[in-house]
Design a protein around this ligand. Structure first.
Ligand SMILES: Nc1nc2c(ncn2[C@@H]2O[C@H](COP(=O)(O)OP(=O)(O)O)[C@@H](O)[C@H]2O)c(=O)[nH]1
Ligand SMILES: [Mg+2]
Length: 194
């Protein structure tokens, strides 16, 4: 399958009033800060410059919209797990994220990114439980698979599955060596028709 074509960055938004209201199918990326959401978008589009990698914490507190081929959105939700964030900031982010999920009727799928090298954190658990509670179809993406051996990959998938009480698919992924890219492109392809 080919990489996603004609990908553009649309905008970053920080408040509810700026949420995009149109009817394009929407796919969401969520996961803790630094897990590789921006790199994931870049890997799918084969464009290292599209989403800023390792960018300032300020940026990751927004909802970032990317439009693909005028057909659908990839949306990067704010990362979580910043040790330095104030309660007030966390609350604002939660409110923004909630409004996004509650007002957007076009959400097709969530890609939930975790780091394949570690057990999911408490924050990951909370986030995953919340996705499940919203009943949105979800794929768990175990990222940075290039950092561990192939045998270890299988072990970690089992650990991640147990820790999250997950029964859906977990895809090992690496934006570094493109493992899993085809699997994700297939999910997008299958879920994007209007
Ligand atoms: N080795 C490796 N590093 C990665 C991978 N994905 C992301 N990274 C690195 O992890 C850091 C955070 O990535 P970024 O995409 O900005 O994460 P975000 O905060 O979730 O958007 C950067 O230094 C990336 O180069 C991967 O699959 N493999
Ligand atoms: Mg990012």
């Amino acid at each position: 399958m080919e990489y996603l074509k004609n990908a553009i960055f649309v905008k970053s938004i920080f408040s509810k009033k700026d949420l995009i209201q149109d009817n394009l199918p929407t796919f969401i990326m969520v996961g803790k800060s630094n897990v590789g959401k921006s790199s994931f978008i870049n890997a799918l589009t084969n464009n290292k410059k599209l989403a800023k990698v390792g960018c300032s914490p300020g940026k990751t507190r927004s909802i970032n919209y990317f439009k693909i081929n005028n057909e659908f959105y990839l949306v990067d939700l704010p990362g979580y797990g910043f040790s330095k964030m104030s309660l007030k900031e966390k609350e604002n982010i939660n409110k923004l994220t909630n409004s996004f999920l509650e007002t957007n009727l076009n959400i097709r799928h969530i890609f939930f990114l975790v780091d394949i090298r570690h057990e999911p954190t408490e924050n990951d658990r909370t986030m995953y439980d919340w996705i499940v509670s919203k009943e949105i179809p979800c794929t768990i993406v175990a990222n940075k698979a290039d950092k561990i051996s192939k045998t270890k990959v299988q072990q970690m998938l089992t650990i991640i599955r147990k820790k999250l009480f997950a029964d859906n698919e977990i895809i090992p992924f690496s934006s570094e060596n493109k493992v899993g890219v085809q699997d994700i492109l297939k999910i997008l392809e299958e879920n994007k028709p209007l």
